[in-house]
Design a protein around this ligand. Structure first.
Ligand code: AMP
Length: 281
């Protein structure tokens, strides 16, 4: 496994690989790797000749009051996990390489980026789209692997790839969870014992929604209200949003008579957690 910090060097290697007719799978991450990331890597190893993982805590996607500085960076452990998982190339750029002095070009996520998580995290998805566009240009993969855990991100990146004509396929992989339903996230380590006990309420609310739909309920407002009631029973939980939206424009829907996304963001203490499920109708 090679670890490379220079974008030009990596671009040269990946072009040579492509010239030989080999396929490249790519997983962009911010590190602090867990089994959720590893499931993406595993699929990429299965599908491709060569697998590239980037580890880059992207400052452009953090708000001024967010946790950029204290975001976990267990680099040694991450590299060991990549090596064990069969990764061929790790792209590990420095911040000033990705955003040198004078950097001034950004991708806008448009209306999709202003909804759901975009309401409390303005600019976040523009930052995500910008870094993913840069990474796609550097790595030039055949397949990009994203997690369903960040559903809005996957929808925005898929849209960007279509809109900006990136010649890459996208595979969105299912959310990996702990036994009690909590979606794995690099931020879960911030939860104290009590908060960790309360955190599965996000997935419990989604399961409740799924069972209500299975039982014939189609009224989005009623489902959201039941979900909110369940979450509000947890003392440390503060709802950011609970939403039922269509899968393309992320607009609220009133009646569930089409496939849709049920998504939520909840603060447990100071830790903001997200989760979602897709309802297929
Ligand atoms: P991050 O390091 O948080 O930027 O995540 C990198 C990639 O891993 C993104 O495509 C995420 O959606 C994906 N990911 C994060 N957590 C999970 C999870 N629990 N299950 C599946 N994919 C995940």
């Amino acid at each position: 496994m090679k670890v490379i910090g220079d974008p030009q060097k990596l671009a040269k290697i990946t072009r040579q690989i492509s010239c030989k007719g080999k396929s490249i799978g790519f997983i962009p991450t911010m590190g602090a790797l867990h089994p959720g990331h590893l499931s993406l890597i595993k699929q990429a190893v299965k599908d491709n000749d060569i697998v590239v993982v980037s580890i880059f805590v992207n400052p452009a996607q953090f708000g001024p009051k967010e946790d950029f500085k204290k975001y976990p960076r267990p680099l040694k452990k991450d590299l060991a996990l990549c090596r064990k998982a069969g990764v061929d190339l790790v792209f590990l750029p420095a911040e000033k390489i990705m955003y040198p002095q004078g950097y001034s070009t950004f991708v806008e996520a448009g209306e999709l980026g202003a909804k759901l998580c975009g309401i409390s995290r303005p600019g976040h998805f523009g930052g995500v789209a910008t870094v993913v566009a840069k990474l796609l240009n550097i790595v030039a993969p055949n397949i990009l692997y994203l997690g369903q855990k960040d559903a809005q991100q996957a929808i925005i990146i898929t849209r960007m790839i279509k809109d900006l004509n990136f010649p890459v396929k996208v595979k969105v992989m299912p959310t990996v969870r702990q036994k009690d339903g909590l979606a794995l996230s690099s931020r879960n380590i911030y939860l104290n014992n009590e908060q960790r006990k309360q955190a599965p309420v996000l997935s419990k609310a989604l399961s409740l929604a799924e069972s209500l739909v299975a039982g014939g309920q189609r009224d989005a407002a009623r489902i959201i209200s039941r979900m909110r009631q369940l979450i509000e029973k947890k003392k440390q939980a503060k709802i950011d949003y609970v939403a039922i939206v269509d899968l393309e424009k992320l607009e609220s829907i009133k009646k569930i008579n089409q496939s849709c996304l049920i998504a939520l963001a909840v603060r447990i203490g100071k830790i903001r957690l997200i989760d979602n499920t897709i309802i297929s109708v």
